[in-house]
Structure formats: C-alpha cells, structure tokens
Design a protein around this ligand. Structure first.
Ligand code: BGC
Length: 778
C-alpha cells in the first residue's frame, strides 16, 4: 500500500512503541484480537478476522463495544430474596465495523468461509494505527492479499477509520467487494467461565432511510439506542452506494490483475448511547450529525488530528524503562490500553476488561478507582475527574441501593455495574464487598490531594465522601458485648479476597472505612470555614462530625497477638490452610473447580486483601510488621485474581526483596502480552495494567504523599538502566528520572515546589533539574 496517501509520515521511529505480532509469544487468534483491539474510551473494536462477521464456523470473537451501551436481562434466581438485583447488565456486542465481504466466482465470504492463510499485524502505539495483512483464499483457491490500516480517533471520539488495500496474488479476474452490515449480534459465546461474558441482549436495527447507511441500534430491555453511519473516505478508490440484499451498502466489482491493488476506505461515526425516547425525538438530527461527521473526510486529516491528541497523551503519561526492550514495550502497551479504555464523558468509567472484550459483562468494579485511577489522577487529571463524575452521577442509584438493604443513611455503590445499579447476582462475592464505598471515597481524596481541585471537592467530591461515610455509621455498630465490646464493628462483609466471604471485621474494609470517616470529618471541618452553606444543604452538623471521628477512632482492626500479624477478619486465623502445594496446576483458578463453600472453609486468598491496606497506608506499620504481614499472606495467596501481584510486588520492593519484587512486576507488566492468566481472549486485565503503573511509580519510583507534597525514595532493579516518568501535581508538571545512581527531578511547569527525598526537604525551581545521588555512603 502506498503509505504516503494515507499518512505514512507518522511512521514509527521507536521500536518499543511497536507491537509486532511476530515478536509476541501468543499466537491464539482470539487473544490477538484482544491485544490489537483499538479504543478511545468511547468505543473499542476487536481486531478480528474482518471477513468473519456473525459466522460461527470461525473461531474469532469479532465485535465493537461502546462504553455505557448495554442491555438488561432478567436474573432468574431459584430463591429470589428481597434486595437481590433483578437485572443483569451486559455491554452490547455490536457489529464489527472492520467487516468486509468478498465475492469471487459467485461465492460470497459471508456465506461460505474464506480461509485466512496467514496474518500479520503491527500496532503503532505512538500513533494508534493498526496495520494488518491477511492472505485470504477463496473456495476456488484464489488468493487475495488484504492490507488494512485502522485507527479510532483520539480527536473525535465518535470516529473509526479503516482503509483496505486488496490485490489478487495468483489470478487475474473479477473481485466484488461489499461493505454492509447484515447482522446485528455476533454469535453468543456460551462459556462456562463465570468471569466470561454474560448473555447479551438482542439488538434491533433500523435503517433511517434508503439513501444512507445511517442505522439505529436499539437494545430491547434497557431501551438505549445508538446511531451508526459510515461513508467512503475521500482520495481513494470509491465504492458505490446502492441497496444490496435490501441493505444500504457500498460495493464495486474490480477487475484485478495479479500484482495491482485497489485501495478504499471508510469512516464510521459511532454515536453516543441515548435513551430511546430522546433518540426518537431527535433521530433525524443525530443521523445528520453522524453523516456530516463522515462526509468528505480523508484518512490523512483525521489521522493527523488523532495523532496530535495521542502525542499529548504520551507527552504527559509515558513511562520509559531502559535496559529491557520487551518490558518497555509491555509497559507502553499497558498504559496505552488504560488510555484506550477510560470513559471521559462523565457518564462512564473503565470496564474490568477495558473496551476490548465482553468479559465480566463490561462492568465497572473497584478496579477503576483503586487500580487505574491513580495513573489518570497523576498524569491525565481531566480523565480522572470524569471517572469520578460518573460515580457522582450515580449517587441516586447508590442511595436507593442502601435503602434496599435497610440502611437508612448514606449510599452504597454497586459492586459491579454499568448504569449505577447493582448487577451482581452472587451477593457473597458481590454486594457484600461494601468496601467499594470506601474505595471510591479514597479515590476522590487522592484526586483532590493531587490536583488541588477545590472546585471539584466542593461541587462533587465532598458529597461522595460524606454519603459513603454515612453508610458506615448506619451499616456498622458499636459492639454490645464480646471481645470488641464498645468498639465500632462492621459485620457480614466481604473484603477484596473473594475466597473468604461474609465475615466480621474484614481488616481492609474496616481500615478503609476508618479512612473514609476521617476524611469526611476532615473535609467537613475544612469546608465549614468557607462553605457553611454547603454543609447546611447536606445536613452536616458538629454532632455528625463527632460521630464520624468517634467511630473512626473506635474502629476494630483485628490483630493476632500470638502471631503478631494483622488478621484478615475476626475468624480467619482459626481456619485450616488450603494445601496449595498439593493442588495440581490444572485446578487453578480454584474458583472454577471448587464450590465456593469449600474455599471459604480454608485460609486461602484469591488476591491481596489485608496487605492491600499495608500498601495503601504505609505509615500504619513498622517494617517488621510489614514483613510479618507479607510473609503470612504471601504464603496463603494463590493470585487467582489478576489484581493481586502488583500489590505484592510493591510490598516486596518496600521490604527490599529485590528478586521477588522484580518477579511480581514482570508477571504484572507482561500479563496480557503473554496471556499468563489464560483468559485474555475475553479482554485485557485493565486493573492489572493500572497495577503496572502503581508498581513503577509507587514501587520502584518510590513515590508517596507526605505532608501535603511528594516524597521520593526510588530504587531500580539491577536489570534496568533507568526509569523515567512524569507527574502532574498541584498545578505543576514534573519529570522524574531514576538511574542506578541518581534521581533527577525537573519542574517543567508551574511555580516552585517543595518535595521530599527520603523525607528530607528539597526545593524544585522551574527548569532547574535537581540531581540527587542514590549512592549510599557509609
Ligand atoms: C477480582 C475482583 C475484581 C474483578 C474484576 C475478580 O476476579 O477478585 O477483585 O474486581 O475480578 O476485575
């Protein structure tokens, strides 16, 4: 393909931004579809076989996902208790916009499978452009080379752009090319894996008129609609619009001579989800907007605009590791995917699988706030703000949920959701994870402390912190008798470890709730000075502030005095240990092989739980205490959740266990590129990708917040030459470079900033790099 006609000037210089298929250890096509998925927070498109469509005689899982576009399906319970969620939500799997139909010798690729003989792909993460080459064989043995270039726009979130170049390699003759969307749903995947997708609803499709491709997709039960339209790109060979197979289509028959190629392309407008009623009233306007967006567009102009936005992303958010090119690429892949996945319209968040697959139903979990938000807060605070705004927008549903659970004050956020309502059918590992409340409050507090965005605190953030704090006072209580008598206890909850459920005083939950209560009191006092009206409007008075403080102060944090280890919960230490060493490899993850009650019987952790609070609150414990907690919990943790390793890695680093820290980190950083969890076909592990950033910055970079500013205490693994990253902090922008022997801090914009290095004050002045030696002198 002649790249210069389609924007070849952005061809990559740096190899570590290139994801070349030949260099990946994974060859499974469904996994590759995920890895090469493109997204921009609004939509995500799997990089599937473009000829597959809805044909189930091929093994790909093609599809497009639009953040926030989901359907509901009734949950059928054998025993339907009060307060159980009645509807499951699942992100809709939309038709693949890459889809193309060939017709050769009277046979169409949408009717009989054309074999894909070979595939090659390269994703340029610097520019967001995916280049793919497919060798396709028709049933009459005619071979075609199909080259595709595609990107989702980072400039106009509704646009997806794809070009095709087609040449005949072993024949001269006619090839008909058709671009149309005959199917609306891809085949439903009936998986036995509870983590995989849930049944999605059936979409309905209506074409707006006979003259354009504008089509309306509507969900049956959630009554949402979405407008999609596509038109040919200018400046390339043109396919002609006509009605084919009763569908608005583009098509053309080319007489191909072996060796010559034709090039054509399309731009898709994929609209925002709207309630059906609104769409019905404004349908023509939305259709016109979609068509206008796609009229007279060239690849070049759209691509250049998108690249500019992506340049800005890398400028603030790149992390460079020197000394290991494979790792450097893996890190960039993770950061790129976080950016590709994060909703930025204030109405959506980040699904657990990003926008790369239907795994976990496309739901948002605590993953977004606890694992991914820190990256955005420190490097793309506008996105962090939008993600928190989504939670604020769902406060009414969270309030309703608390009432459904008979909690008369405060709110309870859902464990898993798209629309703000609880979508988890298994409450012991779902609704009972009430720590979600404190997680969201924690993320708000971090955002406010990093950005100094007081306006957000006043208008949005404080209400979240307040309402979540109120929940604890209503849900927990002061123990009437027993060992915790007089202290604040929180019973019948599930912590992050989903192999232990419905326990009393889960350490992590209580510690986070304590933090939530302390913050509510702190911000209430702070805001009292200038925003008394706000406090009055929210009904906060001194008595309530005192209640928050008292409950926080009296919060039970279970501790085993014999072992001198934090207890996961009141009863955890009395249980027998699960025989991890004697469990065959093929019985992991345990959740797919054992009834939950068997797992609940033992001390066995799916993921970091108690040590997650050691990670978040480093000042809580001495190094010796951390060492005891780490050793104890590491021995009983099987890491069946992808959220686990990053946390253990950072703690290993803090304990100077260099080999272990490095091992955990490498598993984290390369998890999807090596498909080490075995289920990347269902989508990337987005929280783990956030965990990569946490490990780099909070771990090896040694970043902590201290006395209202930043403290650095970095230390690189021996395998690396340098680690470079940037941070935004309180209206400043700074670059951090760590080598084996030095730390260099450069203030790139903003006024002077005081920071700490190993708790010693340092001052940063604009553009005057501060170089600190890391060589310990004795
Ligand atoms: C983990 C949860 C996580 C969810 C979605 C589960 O396997 O145990 O902590 O929120 O996956 O990633």
């Amino acid at each position: 393909m002649n790249l210069s006609t389609t924007g070849g000037d952005h061809l990559p210089a740096d190899d570590s931004f290139q994801l070349h298929m030949q260099k990946l250890p994974v060859k499974d096509s469904s996994v590759l579809e995920t890895l090469y998925g493109l997204g921009n927070g609004h939509m995500g498109i799997r990089a599937s076989n473009p000829l597959q469509g809805s044909q189930s005689n091929q093994d790909g899982q093609p599809g497009m996902f639009v953040n926030g576009f989901f359907d509901l399906s009734e949950i059928t319970y054998g025993e339907n208790y009060p307060g159980f969620p009645q509807n499951a939500q699942a992100i809709a799997e939309l038709p693949d916009p890459r889809y193309l139909i060939f017709e050769i010798d009277g046979e169409r690729s949408d009717e009989v499978a054309f074999d894909v003989k070979s595939v090659d792909k390269n994703l340029d993460m610097k520019t967001g452009r995916l280049l793919e080459i497919f060798e396709v064989i028709s049933p009459s043995n005619k071979t075609i080379r199909l080259t595709m270039q595609s990107f989702v726009s980072h400039d106009q979130p509704n646009l997806f752009v794809v070009t095709y170049s087609v040449s005949a390699t072993n024949f001269d003759g006619a090839v008909t090319i058709i671009k149309q969307h005959r199917y609306t749903n891809r085949q439903i995947d009936n998986s036995n894996d509870v983590r995989a997708d849930q049944q999605t609803g059936q979409l309905e499709r209506t074409f707006i008129d006979n003259q354009t491709t504008a089509m309306l997709l509507t969900t049956r039960k959630s009554q949402l609609s979405l407008l999609i339209a596509f038109q040919p790109l200018d400046g390339l060979d043109q396919l002609k619009f006509s009605i084919m197979d009763e569908l608005p289509s583009y098509g053309r028959t080319f007489d191909l001579t072996a060796g010559l190629n034709v090039q054509f392309g399309f731009v898709y407008s994929v609209g925002d989800p709207h309630p059906l009623m609104d769409m019905s009233l404004n349908r023509d306007r939305y259709a016109k907007e979609a068509l206008d967006r796609t009229t007279s567009q060239t690849f070049r102009a759209l691509y250049d605009a998108s690249c500019r936005q992506l340049d800005a992303f890398w400028e603030t958010s790149d992390v460079e590791v020197g000394g290991d090119a494979t790792l450097a690429r893996g890190i960039r892949f993770n950061l790129f995917n976080l950016y590709q996945s994060a909703g930025r319209d204030g109405l959506t968040s980040i699904p657990a699988k990003g926008l790369t697959g239907a795994g976990y139903g496309g739901h948002y979990f605590w993953d977004a706030e606890m694992f991914m938000l820190p990256f955005f807060t420190y490097t793309q605070p506008e996105i962090a703000k939008q993600l928190l705004t989504f939670r604020a927008a769902t406060l009414p549903q969270a309030q309703q949920r608390a009432r459904e659970l008979n909690v008369q004050n405060g709110v309870l956020f859902p464990w898993r959701t798209i629309n703000g309502e609880e979508s988890s059918a298994y409450y012991p590992a779902g609704t009972a994870q009430v720590h979600i409340n404190a997680d969201i409050a924690y993320a708000v507090d971090t955002y406010v402390r990093v950005t100094a965005d007081e306006d957000f605190l006043v208008k949005t953030g404080f209400n979240i912190i307040l309402e979540t704090a109120r929940f604890w006072l209503s849900y927990g209580h002061f123990a009437q008798s027993g060992p915790h008598r007089g202290h604040f206890v929180i019973d019948d909850v599930t912590g992050p470890d989903e192999y232990t459920t419905m326990v009393n005083n889960n350490y992590y939950t209580n510690r986070m709730a304590k933090n939530n209560l302390i913050m509510a009191a702190k911000y209430a006092k702070l805001l009292k000075q200038q925003h008394q009206d706000l406090l009055e409007r929210l009904g906060v008075d001194n008595a309530e502030i005192n209640d928050f403080e008292y409950a926080a102060d009296q919060m039970v944090l279970p501790f085993d005095r014999d072992r001198r280890v934090k207890m996961q919960d009141d009863s955890s230490m009395a249980k027998p240990f699960w025989p991890i060493d004697k469990t065959p490899n093929n019985q992991f993850p345990l959740l797919l092989h054992f009834h939950p009650m068997i797992l609940y019987h033992y001390q066995v952790n799916k993921q970091a739980d108690t040590v997650m609070s050691d990670f978040l609150f480093p000042a809580d414990q001495s190094t010796d205490q951390l060492k005891r907690d780490f050793n104890y919990y590491e021995a009983i943790t099987v890491h069946d959740s992808s959220l686990s390793r990053a946390i253990f890695g950072v703690l290993a680093h803090r304990l100077h266990l260099a080999g272990k820290a490095y091992g955990y980190f490498m598993d984290t950083a390369l998890m999807d590129l090596t498909n080490s969890q075995g289920n990347t076909d269902a989508g990337v592990h987005a929280a783990n990708m956030g965990g990569t950033w946490l490990s780099l910055i909070y771990g090896f970079g040694g970043l902590e917040q201290e006395r209202g500013t930043l403290n650095f205490d970095p230390k690189l693994p021996d395998q690396w030459t340098n680690l470079t990253f940037k941070l935004k902090f309180k209206h400043r922008f700074l670059a951090v470079r760590v080598t084996q022997t030095s730390l260099t801090l450069t203030l790139l914009s903003g006024t002077d900033l005081s920071v700490f290095f190993r708790h010693q004050p340092q001052r940063l002045t604009l553009n005057q790099p501060l170089v600190i030696s890391l060589i310990e002198t004795t």
